[in-house]
Design a protein around this ligand. Sequence first.
Ligand code: GRF
Length: 215
Amino acid sequence: MKRVVILISGRGSNMEALIAARDAGKLPVAIVAVISNRPDARGLETAARAGIASEALDHKTFAGRAAFDAALAECIDRYAPDLVVLAGFMRILGEDFVRHYEGRLLNIHPSLLPAFPGLHTHQRALEEGVRVHGCTVHFVTPALDHGPIILQAAVPVLDTDSEETLAARVLAQEHVIYPQAVRWFAEGRLQLLDGRVRVASAGDGTAVLIAPGGD
Ligand code: GRF
């Protein structure tokens, strides 16, 4: 069974979705550790309650980005993971770190990349007046919120939306597509070809989910 380490910084609802999928028998992986760069991350308690090894590595206690990245990699590698999953991990990781985990480092981003990389994606989507918004699971490359796309889910943007209602609609889809993408990885169905992802036996368009309309 593939070994998975999850990195979080806060709430950890995507982590919870992965744990729930595992518990439901829908995600055949061993979640071997949850690591946070913030000692007060709410998700750490959730992980501990689920009986998963949880660790905090406070980035503020390191001299700089490179020192933190090196310590983080050392901490992760003690769990010998096949896959590292960024689930609301709010630190930019340096090129050495990313290269070390090339092909086994996933991220979820709350927009339909390549639109809206970076922060405040829902607010920016509303400001731009886009009619469709969503989320993306991708392999991580050294460029921020960039990398071969595995799976996306789209949701409608309603005239009545606030940042909060739109974020909630997107988050519900994050909780669907992240376990699905990790499952594909675990099943060995993801192939990287020329910087693009092929999902074995999903050439029929199942890799794009369109969420049902809002209220
Ligand atoms: C999610 O919207 C994720 O896409 C983004 O940060 C948020 C984290 O939420 N990167 P949670 O900690 O998983 O609840």
